[in-house]
Structures are given as structure tokens and as C-alpha cells.
Design a protein around this ligand. Sequence first.
Ligand code: F6P
Length: 540
Amino acid sequence: MTALAALPSWQALSAHYARIKDAHLRSLFADDPGRAERFSAEGAGLFLDYSKNRLTDETLRLLLALAAERGVAERRDAMFAGETINTTERRAVLHVALRAPRGTRIEVDGTDVVPEVHKVLDAMADFANRLRSGASTGHTGKRIRNVINIGIGGSFLGPEMAYRALRPFSDRSMTFRFVANVDGADLTEATQDLDAAETLFIVASKTFTTLETMTNAAAAREWLVRKLGTDAAVAKHFAAVSTNIGSATEFGITPANIFGFWDWVGGRYSMDSAIGLSTMIAVGPDHFRAMLGGFHAMDEHFRRAPAASNLPMLLGLLTIWYDNFFGAQTIGIMPYAAHLARFPAYLQQLQMESNGKHVGFDGGVVDYQTGPIIWGEPGTDGQHSFYQLLHQGTKLVPCDMIGFCQPLSPLTDQHDLLMANLFAQAEALGFGKTAEELKAEGSPDFQTPFRVTEGNRPTNMILADRLDPASLGSLVALYEHSVFTQGAIWAIDSFDQWGVELGKVLASHIIPELDRDVQPTLSHDSSTNALINRYRRMRR
Ligand code: F6P
């Protein structure tokens, strides 16, 4: 594959960047009345205004040329066709099959996987309906009112984010909790006020080997058996979601309560697989299917919309523009919706685990920046915390601002306040305030330099009608495919995660060294040795 910097479009972008890097959004807008209309696009229920970015028509033309030269569309088509595009793990990448309507045909190694997907969805729906209606009960005959999802990474962030996002659509008579951390405090807090007879644990783990999840699952089983007085209770109080059906069965989970998925679904791309069982129990199968509909609508948009109006491609290319040309290190995700409080954390894994890579398809170390650091908080909370740095700091932090036109809360007047803040922040970030403007407003001279806000801080504005299952699905798929677009340009495998393995291995070496009954001979570096010794001395 041609080196990125050698591509004509890359070179043209570099030269173009040198010419326009100082162009200010103030003049870009003043000189171009049609800018907002031209630099916006719509698809799958989402509207994207990307006009407040530091770009011109030429930038867009060159970014699209880069996508074409790098074969983004071809790679996308290969993904949808079930080809083995996750080359380091020799797997297809088919989260898009999870939301393919019944009757669609998507093959992996000659087998259509869509019927299998719907078989699992139907089994999940049956399980969820029986639980929600009270038709299936716990061991003592009491109704299940509490659901605790035990899982980490993609087996946690998606379910937790989706539950919070869709709470207005959820069964309010049920309690949902999410336990991830191997710190026993997480499980203890989640269980301590619950009646075991009314509690279902879902052990969510693609591999069913993850230390944190297996440890918490074992502790949860102990808690349940202690509270209900018999091992027999496990059958009615545990479900599992995994590709490793054998280990889930060995754990003691009733086969009817085990929901499978497939190795062509990456953990961080799995919230719409059986990993979403807690979501389905919370909001019901119809809403879950509406969410899948939203995902699928964005899949179709990504697949069919021309690149120039293709939301995920545009979002991905803008990330490249800031990351590789402006040298931006991070991207802020600011959902103006309290229900999306965990969306930035969800996107953190989706983007950083996918594109935090320094080795390209060819096995060589890349000589350009890859995935940005993703972070964020819901607006308006962030405004009273870190926005100061966004407005007047020395770093360029492009932000995605996300809003919904219709409120879900009955406090509708507050929604206008929320949206006014959303629009105002993007305006302030983009256009700032000059010394002249401040003076004209009567700012005292001694204060004026400190009050100047430069502006020229780029934002994407993403709007949907309301936050509901379908728009949530579209929004997540938008980012999945943006990540895909970035990975294709950078020529990295966005679907493996080898980097997290070393820490896991080292932890497995240290675990026995912390055993109270042994006096280990430590052979780490002097810092790690000293820390282990200190911990051994100080713990109780
Ligand atoms: O350690 C990273 C990771 O493998 C993630 O990719 C994954 O989402 C998480 O751990 C949990 O894995 P599992 O679902 O197999 O327990």
C-alpha cells in the first residue's frame, strides 16, 4: 500500500493546509452566505452541520479525494460483504449484520448469518417479555425486579450507556445496575439494597474469560446462594451472553438462559447483539428493534449516500483533517442531553480501542498520528467546568455537539434553555469576541485582553428530532462508521485490540505475588517491586 504521505491527495492537503490554516471562521462565514447550507448533510434521522469547521470547498474536495484514493468505499463494501477485513485476527467484521432486517442475506464463509441473528433476537425477546410480564419468576416465585449486568469494556459501556439514554422508554418498576470494576466495591454497592429473590444477573462477556467479569460473576453467585440458601437458585437468577457457550454452561447457567453471538462482532461493536439483553429487558423488544432500525438506517446511509453527503465519511474525514493536519490531539464529545451522560465514555472505547494503533496493515510502524483522544461530558455541565480551556486555552480541541429538538422531560421550557446553550457555545467557540467588540460594549481597557475570545474553535453540530431508540441507534452507527472511515485512511486494523493484552498478562503474574501465604521472589523493575512490597506491608 502506498505510504499515506506519498498520496497525491495527501500532498495536496498538506499544501492546502499551509494556505488555509489561519483562515478564521469569521471571514469564512462573512465571505460565503451559503456556507451553512452547503456544509450540512442529513441521513438516517440525523442532521449534521459541519460548516463551523476550518474548511473550504477545496478542503472538502481534497478530503473526499483522499477517501477515494485510500479506497474507503471499497473497504466499506468488503466489510458489508463479510470479507475478512480484521486481518490480524482473521475475522469478518459484521456488526452491520446484527441489525440487518429479516430476509437480508449476509454471508460469512458461505453461510448466511442473518437467520441466526434473528433467532437469537427472538429468544432474547421471549426471555425479556417473560421477565417483564412476570411470567417467569425467581427461584422463590417472586417477580424479578432487579437486573444486574456484569461485564466490562464493550460488555458494559454499551448496555450502561443505552439504558441511561433510553430510560424514558424503560420499565420504571425495574431497577438496572451495571457492574464492571474488579474492585469489590462495585458489586457490593450494586447488590447491598437488593432482594436476591428479585434479582437477575446477566453475565455479559464475549470471551467468558475476562478476569473482572468472571470474578464478579463468581462473587455474585456466592451472594445469591448465600441469600437464597441453595445452589438451585442459580438456574433462575443467572443469564449469560457470550460467544463461549461452553464456558457459560460450565459456570452453571441454564442453556435456555444463554444467548450467543459471534466472533465477527467486536466487543465495542456489540451493544446491538445479545450484549444488549439488559437494554431489551429495560425498554422491551419493540423499542430494541426500533433501535436496530436506527442502526440499520445509518448502515444503509453509509453504504449508499454519495461520499460528499455521507455523514460517517464526513465525520471521519474531519477527524483526519484535525488530527493529521492541525495536529489536534483530542476530540470533545458534548451531548446536550442528560440521558446521554455516558455517551462520551462509550465513544471513548469505540474510538480509542479501535484506532489507537501505531502499526499499519502491512505490519510497519506508521509515520503519522492515528486515533485522537476522545473525552467529554454532557452540556451544560461541561460549560461550568472545562469549557474555559476550550474558549481561551492554547489547545485546539474540535468538538462534536449533539442536541435533540424535542424534549423528553415534561419541563419543556428548560429544553429551550438547554438548546440555547448548545447553539450559543458553538457560536462562541466559532466566532469568539474581538477586542474591538469588547471595547464597543464598554469593557474596561485593563480587562479587555483577558476577555478576548479568539474563536476559530471548530465544532460539528449533530441534531436529531428526539432522543429515542431509533435515533440512538443511528447515532451509534454514525460513530462506528466514522471510526471505520478513519481506520481505512490510516490503514490500521480498527477491529483488534492487542494493546490491552500485555497489562492483562502482567496482572496475572502479579496476582500470585500478592498472596498472603507466600513470600515471593520479585523480579520486576525496582519500582514495581517496591510498590508490591509496600502494598504487602500496608494492606489489612
Ligand atoms: O480488554 C479489552 C476487551 O477485550 C474489550 O475489547 C472488550 O470489550 C472487553 O475486554 C471485555 O471482553 P469480554 O466481553 O470478552 O469480557
